[in-house]
Ligand binder design. Structure first.
Ligand code: ATP
Ligand code: MG
Length: 564
């Protein structure tokens, strides 16, 4: 099943409103910004996108989609050349497009504006609102004061406009070493908001930029470049997460002082946090660098690329973002919310039979060499999805977990002397258990009742259990990967840099000898199925040759509860 088909079948909830949309509604009604709405999604290309970014993408691009004439820009916030990489730029573009959003011609980089931002810096100096400061990083920190103590003015604060202009130009031309000088805003060293205590605007950094190369050896700070990039692009509503609330006065100060043509309105909302995982790019980067996962797209990662490889659909992720909503309250969302979104979307996936932990079952009274074909529905609720013929023989693979030598009372599957139904097939009764020298069960023997073809008995005899199976001679060999939470603790980020110690050692279980029904031979990467009774699975995109299936999510399984 292709992604497109799932997305089409998904009935996405009608777009819910939220406090930001209400603000925009009012602005549009009042004719603010000439009735225009321009948002942007501004990732720093220093890692792959995660599900938290999806929240911001759905919010910003969702507004562009839903308001008449509105647009959303994709802007790479590439002002920190040492951490950024074009690999990340490409991955981010892929993920945004895969999520179903289109930036059209509005693809930008903060580095597109380096010259304009520099000219704004000159203007601030000319206005007497910025100065070059020679304090060392440590001195700057010392002079800054604390939350309870005001800061002190830098001894370089009163340099003349001419001297500042000269020094900034020499900073740009490469005369000074990294860290030796800063351009700072001249605001208020006694402000209760530390962000307003003469924040740095430019620093010297002799580093090659992925796009501008060696054209620059000074780079604007985030707080300076971000608001100016928004203003240059004519963004109307600059939506960001709550940690930037304290930066808003600086954002407004820069734009007011420079009297820019556009003055975007910054509105903050709460970050998405998910339990049992981490969401900061730095921590995700550590997982990759320390090889705790196979890469940014490891199916256990909360990245968009990891979720995609795991089998998540874009529709399910959009639905998740819808359900969690947009507020100003910080909270932690349970992984179960994300899982129920993908379960609902995959409900319509075709159903197939696959055995992930095989045990051989011989039907001793089935004619040797005989093969017959049993009709199986591709989806019991959707007859329009058709049916297929499953080869059946006297030698089958069944799930090891579906047999117990001494079954407890509520175990309705196979055990010595018990009768169960083979899905789409016959009733069988277990007659013998074969073991090897170590006492390990190697094979079970059964008899079948030929009168029960199709799964019911003419004499009205009922069985409580139905198990899945695959004919040995017809089975497709596959590797099946089962995933669990990446961390054993709900809030691994709370452990700070020790978070790696909270990794769940059993987050990946590789079932190397899975046996699948023959219709799965050559299944294309990305195709999704329900393996009956086992969960939803997706063909892995990275495995060449061998068929590899990733379990996206389990079914709600009553067995799991009973077993515990
Ligand atoms: P991280 O802490 O993971 O490095 P970041 O905020 O530094 O994230 P950016 O690339 O700067 O990452 O983020 C781009 C946009 O995505 C920003 O507008 C940011 O507010 C938003 N964003 C990042 N993480 C989340 C999250 N967990 N929930 C909602 N929005 C987020
Ligand atoms: Mg960042």
């Amino acid at each position: 099943m292709t992604d497109d088909r799932t997305s089409e079948q998904a009935s996405e909830s009608p777009q819910a409103s939220n406090f930001i949309r209400q603000i925009i509604d009012a602005d549009v009604a009042a004719g603010k910004n000439g009735g225009k709405v321009v948002t942007r999604f501004p990732p720093e290309p220093n890692g792959y996108l995660h599900i938290g970014h999806a929240k911001s993408i759905c919010l910003n691009f969702g507004i562009a989609r839903d308001y008449d004439g509105a647009v959303c820009h994709l802007r790479f916030d590439d002002t920190n050349p040492t951490k950024e990489d074009l690999e990340f730029v490409e991955a981010i573009k892929t993920d945004v497009a895969w999520l179903g959003f289109d930036w059209q011609q509005n693809l930008f980089h903060s580095s597109d504006y380096f010259e304009q931002i520099y000219q704004f810096a000159i203007k601030l100096i000319e206005l007497g609102k910025a100065y070059v400061c020679d304090l060392s990083a440590e001195e700057v920190r010392e002079y800054r004061g604390t939350l309870t103590e005001p800061g002190r003015n830098s001894p370089w604060r009163d340099r003349s406009v001419e001297e500042n202009l000269d020094l900034l130009e020499r900073m740009r031309s490469g005369e000074f070493a990294d860290g030796s000088r800063l351009l700072r805003a001249k605001i208020d060293m006694a402000s209760p908001n530390i962000n307003m205590r003469d924040p740095a605007l430019y620093r010297v950094k002799h580093a090659t930029h992925p796009i501008t190369g060696d054209a620059w050896c000074i780079y604007p700070m985030y707080d300076f470049s971000h608001c100016l990039s928004d203003a240059i692009e004519g963004v109307t509503h600059s939506l960001c997460t709550l940690e930037f609330e304290d930066h808003r006065p600086l954002y407004d100060w820069v734009l007011d002082t420079l009297n820019t043509e556009h003055h975007p309105q910054q509105i903050e909302f709460s970050r998405l946090n998910l339990d049992y995982t981490v969401m900061s790019k730095r921590k995700l980067q550590t997982l990759v660098a320390e090889q705790k996962v196979s890469g940014w797209d490891d199916p256990r990662m909360p990245t968009i690329s990891g979720l995609r490889r795991r089998g998540y659909t874009a529709a399910a992720i959009r639905e998740f973002c819808q359900r969690i909503g947009v507020t100003r309250h910080d909270n932690v969302i349970e992984m179960g919310v994300l899982e129920s979104c993908i379960r609902e979307d995959l409900e319509a996936a075709p159903r197939v039979l696959g055995v992930i932990n095989p045990l051989k079952l011989l039907i001793t009274n089935y004619p040797a060499e005989q093969v017959e074909y049993l009709t199986a529905q591709n989806h019991p609720q959707y007859p329009e999805m058709g049916s297929r013929e499953l080869p059946f023989s006297g030698e089958l693979w069944v799930e090891r977990d579906d047999f117990m030598e001494e079954p407890p009372k509520k175990f309705f599957r196979l055990g010595p002397g018990r009768e169960v139904r083979l899905r789409y097939g016959y009733y069988i009764t277990c007659t013998d258990v074969i073991k090897d020298a170590d006492g390990e069960i190697t094979e079970i023997h059964c008899t079948y009742d030929p009168a029960t073809r199709g799964g019911s008995s003419p004499d009205g005899r009922k069985v409580k259990g139905t198990i899945h199976w695959v004919s040995v001679a017809h089975a497709v060999d596959a590797e099946v990967r089962l995933y669990d939470r990446l961390f054993s603790e709900p809030n691994p980020a709370a452990a700070g840099d020790d978070f790696l110690q909270l990794l769940n050692p059993d987050s990946l279980q590789v079932m190397a000898n899975a046996k699948l029904e023959p219709s799965l031979a050559g299944a294309e990467a990305g195709t999704r199925y329900q393996f009956e009774r086992l969960g939803y699975f997706c063909v892995d995109g990275e495995a060449d040759g061998q068929a590899v299936f990733n379990r996206t999510v389990t079914l709600r399984d009553s067995w799991a509860k009973i077993k515990r």
